[in-house]
Structures are given as C-alpha cells and as structure tokens.
Design a protein around this ligand. Sequence first.
Ligand SMILES: [Zn+2]
Length: 178
Amino acid sequence: MKRRNIRELETSEVWDRLFDCLINTFYYQLRQQLGYPFGTFTPEPVIRFGGFDLQEPWLDKNKKTNIRCGWHRREPFCRIGELVIYNRYIYLNKLFLYQQLGFQLYYLNPKEFTKLFNLDNLMKVMAHELAHALLTDLNPQSQEVNQGHGKKHDEYTQKFLDLIIKSSEYQQLKKYWK
Ligand SMILES: [Zn+2]
C-alpha cells in the first residue's frame, strides 16, 4: 500500500469506524439498561456517525468565543420501496482529531484548546448528542422545544456519560488518547 493511502486511512477511515462503533455501542447499551432493547421502536431508527467535520469558532454578541463541538441531524422520513428508514446522524468537530494528532488550529492558547478538545470533553459531547438521538424516539416532545435541551435532555446526557465512563471501551481509549 502506498504511503499516502496509509496516511489517509490514519486520518479518516479508522476514526470513522471507531466512532461508528462507539456511538452504536453506547446507544444500545443504555437502551438495554433502561429496558428499551432493540425492537422497542417501530421502525427502529438507524444510528449513524456522520463523520468528523471541521467547524470554526465564532464570536457571539457578548464577544465570547463559541464553537460547535458536536451536532446531530435527524431525517424525519425516508422510504425505499416499502421500507421506512429513520436516520439519526451524529457529527463531531474535526478539532478533536487534530488535538489528538498534536495539530493546534484556530486557538492560540494551548490550554484552552486542550480543554475543549480533550478526551473528557469528547465523551461529554458524545453523551450530549446520544441523548438527542435517543429522546427523538423515546420522548419526541422533549426534542421539539428549546432545540431539544432541558431537564429530560440533561437527565439522559448524564445517564449516557455514567455508562460511558464505566465502559471497557472508554478504559481502552484512555490508554492511547492524549
Ligand atoms: Zn444539543
């Protein structure tokens, strides 16, 4: 295999596979734990990792720096023949990967950059987006107001985070993530 191809794999496909796996693992582990195993929803949604995408920070009206660390997209409806498919996509900012690879972008202060894009925050962002994905089917009303944020969302984000922190996958990640 050519060297360039190896580098492309290192920066993209491998990470996509890993996060596809983590997102699905945590999503179904929590559903199982709460008594909503696969088959509870008809049809079952498809939970997908949309990928790492580079997002730039911006200044809000109070001159405070904001950045999208993670986000989600829901396809309300998709039909192929008689099959109805509900896709739930979770995306992550590529700056998480850059931090891991030692590449600092946009942020001058290394401490600020690391604080935003370290492993702890990556897990918090994943928990936050997973809570949106699960509540979309479990408690759709909660996702229709205040961009899906509020008590229910806080509660499920915490449930996901507790599960993630205790998981063997997270313990593995901690060994090689900066
Ligand atoms: Zn949110």
